[in-house]
Design a protein around this ligand. Structure first.
Ligand code: ZN
Ligand code: ZN
Length: 340
């Protein structure tokens, strides 16, 4: 089968022929990929940022936002059958540790991360586990939802955590209306009555944000922190930072009000805040990584009800290098999807 393989850091992945994955354990599932999302994390992987955390053996197939159809199941699998349409939780988990039993899939002590730790889904087939499969309506096209498997679940997880803080009368700032941000805006609009303010460098992204539920948009042109402080009378109750690099992290924290909360969702930068500011204003800094299985299942309920729609640009698997280049250059509105 064809797969998008990373052979070394600081170089583009290569589309090449590799053997199809085979069932190993009794709970294994092989999925025929219908869509694989292209993510900024893939660019970070190529830059070597994830090497220390995941130390994958090179070469390997990237792609961690996957949906498709069940192709083959191990003898113990009962929750899905061959032919089912599925979206995959990004981290197949053990199901037995304390975190798994609490539903906190992303903190499982014995999980893997296909596409980061070993072969992922930018390929015709992917090996995963029964626990990772969320079954979808057969009418769902995998390419329309694939990016919800990571970009979507991550945005939803942060919004879901922030919900108790977003009662009517509050303001939530969304920084970055790209792949994750445009999903986060829709989740906020679907689940809360908060006033949504969106900050982005790109006027086109802000236009899309308005269509998705933003009450106000602010161009990140250097005057955006002050603009948000003016709009909110001293800062937002919650800032969801989908960028969190190149200075956006400092700006995001600066946009919170007293007792406000700054949610870090994007990454790559470094937040520097005097501890006196944190205690003096009782502001919170909250990390977010992927989400739970139930987060993904809930998000799919929203998607199948038409309340969260992914704006996508599809590429054939062979055109993966173009998709990476377009993402890197900011030419993708919404999400790029590889379709094998
Ligand atoms: Zn991703
Ligand atoms: Zn576990």
């Amino acid at each position: 089968m064809k797969a998008v393989r990373l052979h070394g850091y600081h170089q583009a992945p290569v589309v090449e022929e590799v053997p199809e994955p085979k069932l190993g354990g009794p709970f294994d599932v092989v999925v025929r990929i219908g869509g694989a999302g292209v993510c900024r994390t893939d660019l970070h992987i190529m830059e070597g940022q994830w090497d220390a955390a995941m130390h994958p053996a090179l070469p390997y197939t990237i792609g961690h936002e996957n949906a498709g159809w069940v192709h083959e199941v191990g003898p113990a699998v009962t929750n899905v059958a061959v032919g089912d349409t599925v979206i995959l939780h990004p981290t197949p988990t053990c199901g037995l540790c304390r975190a798994c039993r609490a539903g906190q899939d992303m903190h499982c002590v014995d999980s893997s991360f296909p596409g980061l730790s070993h072969d992922g889904g930018m390929a015709e087939f992917l090996l995963t586990s029964a626990r990772a499969c969320v079954k979808l309506s057969p009418s769902t096209r995998p390419q329309d939802v694939a990016a919800l498997a990571d970009a979507g679940i991550t945005a939803y997880h942060a919004v879901r955590k922030a919900l108790p803080l977003l009662y009517p009368g509050t303001t939530c700032v969304v920084t970055g209306a790209g792949g994750l941000g445009h999903i986060g805006i829709q989740c906020l609009a679907a689940l809360s009555a908060t006033r949504i303010v969106v900050v982005d460098r790109n006027p086109d992204a802000l236009k899309l944000a308005e269509q998705l539920g933003a009450a106000h948009t602010v161009v990140a042109d250097g005057g955006h922190v002050q603009a948000v402080l003016d709009l909110t009378g001293g800062g937002a109750d919650v800032v969801l930072d989908f960028v969190a690099e190149q200075g956006a992290e400092q700006d995001g924290f600066a946009m919170t009000r007293r007792a406000g909360s700054y949610f870090v969702i994007g990454y790559g930068g470094e937040l520097r805040v005097p501890t006196l500011d944190i205690i003096g204003t009782e502001r919170n800094i909250i990390g977010n990584i992927v989400g739970t299985y139930n987060d993904l299942a809930e998000l799919m309920a929203l998607a199948q009800a038409g309340k969260v729609t992914l704006h996508t640009k599809t590429y054939p698997l062979d055109a993966a290098p173009d998709a990476f280049a377009d993402l890197d250059a900011g030419r993708v509105r919404g999400r790029a999807i590889l379709v094998p």
